[in-house]
Design a protein around this ligand. Sequence first.
Ligand code: FRU
Length: 434
Amino acid sequence: MKNFLSILKRKAVVTTALATTLVAGSLSTQVQAEVDEDTSVWSWEQADKIERTDENTAPQISEEEIKDIAPDLHVWDTWPLRNRDGSVARVNGYKVIFSLTAKKEGVTPSERHGIAKIRYFYSKDGKSWEMGGLAYDPEQALGSRQWAGSAMIDDGKVNLFYTATGRKSNETKTYEQRLAKVSADIETNKDGVELTSNGDHEILLEADGEHYQTLEQSEGKGVIYSFRDPWFFQDPKSGEEYLVFEGNSAGTASEQTCQPANYGSESFQQTHDAPEDAKLYNGAVGIAKKGEDLSDWNLQKPILEADCVNQQLERPHFMVKGNQYYLFTITHKFTFAPQITAPDGLYGFTSDSLHGDYKPLNDSGLVIANPENDPLQAYSWVVLPHGEVSSFVNKYNTEDGEQKFGGTLAPTLKLSVHKDETKIVNESKFPKIK
Ligand code: FRU
């Protein structure tokens, strides 16, 4: 399966193409575009360095820190309403967050994904949250359920980007995922915040089979399929706007192979051989550039691929600090390829240019892991503009040694980010959005 002669679409090949063109004396714009849009690789060699350290291991969440913000609901993936430039929005003194939710009654934690709907909460102090209600009329929403998500306010209009999963017309639930949007008006008064969506739900993007694998191309073979989690991003350097999202590298699953670049350095390639199943792991961070308006998006090549390393790079998002782009994503232990042992965690990469080349933070990519004795305690970390990290309480161990699903916001962590290194520096007792 390891085919050293196979044609690489990666940097080495692009560089050769560029050199050839330069010799010929004409640097065509086509080649230039290829170079700009090159896809970075999270290699097995890099992921092999993943290990828990004092800098990346989160403190254990104690039971008294777990406050149910909506006692009748499972609450998980959460994102704040942001301004167009990515700063957290304040609307007449209120902060607003959006969360995936499902009723608790009669619904087990693992069934929640099958009936997910987006609700919003608001807060004046960013610590205690009141529920506002559903973010839209579920009858009007696209998909049989709605998954994550980002939200941006501009000119008084809230733009909610979400994943339309399956179709209302499907008799059985499918894993088809499409990127969608709805807008809403927002009103505030002394009693709280009210969102009124105007119902114009629209599909923005679908997997094209060329840059991103379609559900059909996945042939039901990988651990789980993905084309989801749209996250709005305005590039502060160029002013251009993008959606980043979770996808799978294009191609038919049965034809996927592990390429030398997916292994890492030449010496690593020569001393390692991936198990047969590794080739089915093809997680990618996708990107689409805005055209004329917020309804018009053009798919580009993935910015990062984890072929033969990991199947799911979930909820990708950026933080920009100084000249550096920081790309964060979350993933699970069970979605790493079989030859890699790594924890559920927040992983990150950095580059001084939006399209890369991205290098893993802390050499391996690991930024936040749950503690070893509570390895599933939190998930779905999101890094906010000043390094605060919000997440939800997942399956934590109680003092009686039972495992329980938290289904509510977790205490916020604070991350220090310096060049290509990060460190957890603090934990607030609240799910605080600054
Ligand atoms: C991460 C995630 C997201 C998805 C949602 C579905 O926790 O898998 O990628 O949108 O959960 O519930």
